[in-house]
Design a protein around this ligand. Structure first.
Ligand SMILES: Cc1cc2nc3c(=O)[nH]c(=O)nc-3n(C[C@H](O)[C@H](O)[C@H](O)COP(=O)(O)OP(=O)(O)OC[C@H]3O[C@@H](n4cnc5c(N)ncnc54)[C@H](O)[C@@H]3O)c2cc1C
Length: 445
């Protein structure tokens, strides 16, 4: 599998990911063709995931700019077409209490509002583009994976209700069994009212159509191999074309190849997240599980598992994957995920997995993303740490506002570049150590 940490360029010859989403999502149109002639434009967006597509849409819709969006493969080929489909209120890896500790209560409140706006933005674009992405009922359950976490969740519920007016609901073990599912590893839960699951590939394709119908030009199979500054902006090279652009937006996130733009490469660690999707549950299994409302779930582990019951009664179950692209397809990782699923739901002992795949998420050194302009007329958004579906959509809008020199909300993630990892050449060794610590902590502490 393509590994951005070690590969110097992303080529057009990558295979399509054999995901469940690819299998069930009808292609709305033919593939987006490559850009095969020299052009000039106002803004070139590199990368057609949610970030790039949302940015391109916004630039065309609100600013009537001449905007071109390029992807090395196809819109949604990166994370955006292969994620779990959890629309969450948050990004990065810092919760509101950590944000309060780091930046104070007022800023934490601003973060909370911004994260809420990110969900609203997803909902608006779905409505604007009439995107059929099968949204499921509202509700995200954060599950205490051990008894000692139950008190922490109860305290969190009170704190979120009192300080933020966020109407999360605390559930004890018997309430979970009655109203959520028969789950053997859930000792308490918090229900977040505004989050939900959807089909992420349908969303990415819907964003591409929306951007295009609004006036952005979208091209596939067009990897940017290099660029240079010229008097009028930038000259950008793809295998079949040369583009001159006044502004460049880098929306390549964790798929940014080594050496593409060092300031981004050295501050965003590509980390594999892996997913399995099981065969459909039988009526008997469904009854034993008593899984209600098709809600999305994630546990409180350091190395988290996330899962959901899909509309066709399969379970999507995700978590940490391999460290290198070379090891990504090793069946040991999907077997681990299936074993973890059965640990949660022993009634599913016979259940088989039918799809497995992985993707790269961009992890930043300080666990927070950035939307930033590191140099004149150059912009990026990256580092969502595996929780970027809703935020990337808003980040695209924030990028477009940066291009237009509009002021952004006064949040630290809009005021500084992604910090570079110290000893960036040793990031993978650090990741290995973190996984060992995480496994130890989740098991024994
Ligand atoms: C398995 C998995 C599960 C996840 N589950 C969730 C979830 O449930 N909820 C959630 O909030 N987040 C989830 N995420 C994270 C989420 O998918 C990402 O944060 C989000 O999709 C990032 O979008 P993006 O547009 O920034 O990047 P991407 O979607 O990765 O897009 C980057 C694009 O850049 C293109 N590109 C790279 N280099 C070049 C180049 N040189 N020239 C042209 N194009 C280039 C790539 O082809 C790619 O399409 C998950 C991620 C994975 C991998």
């Amino acid at each position: 599998m393509y590994d951005p940490y070690t590969t110097s360029a992303l080529s057009v010859s990558q295979p399509d990911v054999a995901s469940y989403w690819q299998a069930i999502t009808p292609a709305a149109r033919d593939l987006y063709p490559p850009l095969n002639r020299d052009i000039s434009c106002d803004t070139l967006v590199i990368g057609a995931g949610y970030t790039g597509l949302s940015c391109g849409y916004e630039l065309a819709a609100s600013q009537q700019r001449d905007v071109v969006i390029l992807d090395a493969l196809q819109p949604g080929w990166g994370c955006s077409g292969r994620n779990g489909g959890f629309v969450l209120r948050g990004t990065g890896r810092l919760g509101l209490s950590q944000l309060k500790h780091k930046f104070g209560l007022d800023t934490a409140m601003l973060f909370h509002r911004e994260y809420g706006d990110a969900i609203t933005r997803v909902n608006q674009l779905i409505a604007l583009g009439n995107i059929d992405c099968q949204p499921q009922p509202l509700g995200y359950y954060k599950l205490a994976h051990k008894a000692t976490m139950a008190t922490e969740l109860a305290n969190q519920a009170k704190w979120l209700q009192q300080e933020f007016g966020y109407q999360v609901q605390y559930l004890n073990q018997s309430e979970i069994a009655q109203t959520v599912a028969h789950h053997q590893q859930a000792f308490a839960a918090l229900r977040f009212p505004d989050c939900y699951g959807l089909n992420p590939l349908a969303l990415a394709r819907g964003y591409a159509t929306l951007a295009e119908t609004t006036g952005a030009k979208v091209y596939g199979q067009s990897p940017v191999t290099r660029w240079q500054r010229i008097a009028t902006g930038f000259k950008v090279i793809t295998p079949q074309a040369e583009i001159s652009a006044k502004n460049i937006v880098l929306a390549t996130n964790a798929y940014t190849a080594k050496g593409f733009y060092p300031a981004l490469n050295n501050s965003c660690l590509p980390v594999l997240s892996s997913v399995i999707v099981t065969e459909p549950l039988s009526p008997d299994q469904l009854q034993q599980l008593n899984w209600q409302h098709n809600s999305i779930m994630m546990d409180t582990r350091t190395l988290k598992y996330y899962y959901r019951l899909l509309p066709d009664n399969r379970i999507l179950f995700g978590g940490r994957g391999a460290i290198t692209g070379k090891a990504a397809a090793d069946p040991i990782y999907s077997r681990r995920l299936l074993a973890a699923l059965k640990h949660c739901f022993p009634a599913l002992a016979q259940l088989k997995s039918q799809y497995q795949w992985s993707g790269w998420v961009g992890v930043s050194f300080d666990d927070l993303p950035r939307v930033y302009s590191p140099e004149p007329n150059l912009f990026y958004a990256a580092g969502y740490c595996g929780s970027g579906l809703s935020f990337s959509t808003l980040a695209g809008k924030r990028l477009a506002q940066l291009v237009a020199k509009e002021a952004l909300p006064a949040l630290p993630i809009y005021q500084s570049p992604l910090p570079t990892f110290p000893f960036s050449a040793c990031r993978r060794q650090g990741q290995q150590l973190y996984y060992q610590w995480g496994r130890f902590k989740d098991r024994f502490l």
